[in-house]
Design a protein around this ligand. Structure first.
Ligand SMILES: NC(=O)c1ccc[n+]([C@@H]2O[C@H](COP(=O)([O-])OP(=O)(O)OC[C@H]3O[C@@H](n4cnc5c(N)ncnc54)[C@H](OP(=O)(O)O)[C@@H]3O)[C@@H](O)[C@H]2O)c1
Length: 477
């Protein structure tokens, strides 16, 4: 299938609230917030009968697991202060703080407070982030909050009576302080967001927006930003998709490709690398934990010594143990989240000073679908989608993110069980040469985020990817 037939991108379009919005059902209300979110929580509480409001304030190093005295009908989750440097820059320490009071706090709130009392009851969540998405030309300054959108989809998939719409406010990077005259208005916007499953909305400049994915035709691969004989680093390069990408970079572009992975290459991996690099001149495996900046720096020193400067970096790492939120150990969630979020941040931190032609993240459409069992993966993929936008504004080279559908012949999803599920959901497999062409087209194109999803209408409808009206090719800056 020609790649332009399965590539899409997302923009946000104005969408006034549907009629009948703004009714929070009667019954107990739980408000979860950080200390900085207290004024907004007060404004929300003021909209409800005092005897129906429960509150939980998230504090660093305090786990809030005392059972709720009553079952909430509505949950407001306010999280996502901006913990990094201005403009959306993050380091791994800032990411850790943001996830502790953001996506992991939402996970614990769902698993420890709501699941025990309301797993099979209707619960209307309203998950509130701010400045997390590139809406109406405003910059992404709070990408760490974006992961909540991925987790929200998973919570809905795992609880069919729950709705978890996500509302992203444009606050210029800061939650409103006490006595801010905007507080009642912001509380009214949050309460007015309808309890619709799968919904995502954002307010900017007084206008409500919703994401509008649409087909995009990207420039031909020939226009890609690859140098003949360039040096590229792939985090997760020894995995299925990473190694195919490395093989095609070497074969078609005479590239030197460094494959980063945590494991020692055993006999099987050495055989696969030798197959992908028959003359043994192009691929180099280095042991490195790409989520650890120190380990990445050591790898980069080694690359400099052997191959000179790096020209492009690809994130193709994955670490994932599926499990429903209700029984998920937080360490397992952290591990799959980190393979997406922490590695992306560490790569940007360590490679920002290299003369790169590009940095690309391999994300997943699970950021939008949020299938049951994929909490950390969906959350981390949503983070990558937003973080690529933040970095593309900040760094001197283009940053892109590809949200893959399904690769059925290589990689973590090529096993029989996953194949059956993917086909039944309407996915069609991406072949390695199609995937590689998509990467090249993405590098040549202007959209920061490209969704690459061959599939049946049932899947495309679920992702909101029809109708198939095409845009003109958009060439990179
Ligand atoms: N397969 C699909 O259909 C599909 C669909 C959508 C998106 N994607 C995305 O495509 C990318 C590649 O997927 P895949 O199917 O090729 O996965 P894969 O075969 O499981 O390979 C992932 C690789 O990541 C490496 N890795 C994990 N954590 C790492 C770390 N901290 N530092 C360095 N390397 C690390 C693993 O090696 P070690 O364990 O040795 O470190 C492994 O070789 C992922 O980002 C995934 O989310 C894939």
């Amino acid at each position: 299938m020609p790649t332009e037939e399965f590539t899409y991108t997302t923009s946000w379009r104005p969408a006034p609230l549907p009629g009948g919005a703004g009714t929070v059902p009667p019954g107990p209300v739980l408000i979860v917030h950080t200390p900085a979110g207290r004024p907004l929580a007060d404004a929300l509480a003021a909209r409800h009968r005092p005897d129906e409001v429960l509150r939980r304030e998230l504090a660093p190093h305090r786990r809030e697991s005392a059972p709720l005295p009553t079952v909430p009908r509505t949950v407001y989750f306010l999280a996502g202060e901006h913990p990094g440097a201005p403009g959306g820059a993050l380091d791994t320490a800032a990411l850790e703080r943001a996830e502790e009071q953001g996506v992991r706090a939402l996970f614990r709130c769902a698993r420890d407070l709501l699941v025990p009392v309301a797993a099979t009851r209707p619960v209307d969540w309203r998950i509130v982030t701010h400045d997390a998405w590139p809406v109406a030309g405003t910059p992404v300054t709070n990408p760490a909050a974006a992961s909540l959108a991925g987790l929200a989809r998973v919570l809905e998939s795992e609880h069919r009576h729950w709705s978890a719409p996500v509302l992203d406010l444009g606050l210029g990077g800061r939650l409103p302080a006490e006595a801010d005259p905007a507080l009642p208005h912001l509380a009214a916007l949050i309460a007015a967001e309808p309890a619709v499953r799968g919904a995502h909305a954002a307010h900017r400049g007084g206008v409500r927006h919703v994401p509008a994915p649409h087909p995009v035709t990207l420039p031909a691969p020939a226009a890609a930003r690859l140098r003949a004989g360039g040096t590229y680093v792939i985090a997760g390069g020894a995995g299925g998709i990473g190694l195919e990408t490395a093989r095609l970079l070497a074969r078609d572009h005479d590239a030197r490709v460094v494959l980063l992975g945590r494991s020692d290459p055993g006999e099987e991996l050495r055989r696969r690398i030798a197959e992908a690099d028959p003359d043994g001149r192009h691929l180099l495996h280095l042991r490195s934990d790409a989520g650890d900046p120190e380990s990445l720096r050591a790898a980069l020193r080694s690359v400099h010594a052997r191959l000179g400067p790096v020209h492009g970096v690809i994130h193709s790492a994955l670490s994932h143990t599926p499990g429903l939120v209700r029984g998920l150990d937080e360490a397992v969630l952290r591990d799959s989240l980190a393979a997406k979020s922490r590695i992306s941040v560490a790569l940007a931190e360590v490679f920002a000073a290299e003369p790169l032609d590009f940095l690309v993240f391999f994300s997943s459409v699970q950021s939008l679908l949020g299938d049951a069992g994929l909490a950390g993966y969906a959350a981390g993929s949503a983070f990558q989608d937003s973080y690529a936008h933040a970095l593309d504004q900040l760094l001197p080279f283009p940053v892109r993110v590809v949200d893959w559908g399904w690769w059925g012949t290589v990689g973590a999803a090529s096993h029989a069980a996953v194949r059956r599920r993917a086909l039944s959901q309407g996915f069609r497999s991406i072949a390695p040469h199609e995937g590689f062409a998509t990467v090249l087209r993405t590098l040549a194109g202007r959209p920061v985020q490209v969704l690459a999803v061959p599939g049946e209408d049932v899947l495309l409808d679920r992702l909101g990817l029809t109708p198939r009206r095409r845009e003109q090719p958009a060439v990179a800056r």
